[in-house]
Design a protein around this ligand. Structure first.
Ligand SMILES: [Zn+2]
Length: 106
């Protein structure tokens, strides 16, 4: 079962709320700073989304933060594309929304 796109940013926001920052650890792990703060259910969610989270770590950082959250994933992070468009970093990195047209699930 695939969780919704929004879920991912919600998980990251919950970690931030608890003052926990995520960074890439050794051998494809996620390092939590400080450790031991997150409840186990949140850790399980992080593990379930590990591949996506690591992709976000390794992608170039956002060019700027939008004033409104992305309607697809809820992220504020944006890239200024070559043609002047503002594209959601999270959606592009995780392939949520094709660059041309987004198809809403029927
Ligand atoms: Zn997005």
């Amino acid at each position: 079962m695939r969780t919704s796109n929004l879920r991912m940013t919600v998980i990251l926001a919950r970690c931030q709320k608890r003052g926990v920052s995520l960074s890439p650890g050794e051998q494809g792990t996620i390092r939590l700073t400080p450790p031991g703060v997150l409840p186990s259910h949140l850790k399980e969610l992080l593990t379930a989304h590990k591949a996506d989270i690591l992709k976000l770590f390794t992608a170039p950082p956002a060019d700027f933060l939008s004033e409104a959250p992305c309607t697809t994933c809820g992220s504020w992070e944006r890239w200024s594309w070559l043609d002047g468009r503002e594209l959601c970093r999270v959606c592009l990195v995780l392939d949520f929304a094709p660059m041309t047209l987004r198809h809403d699930a029927a």
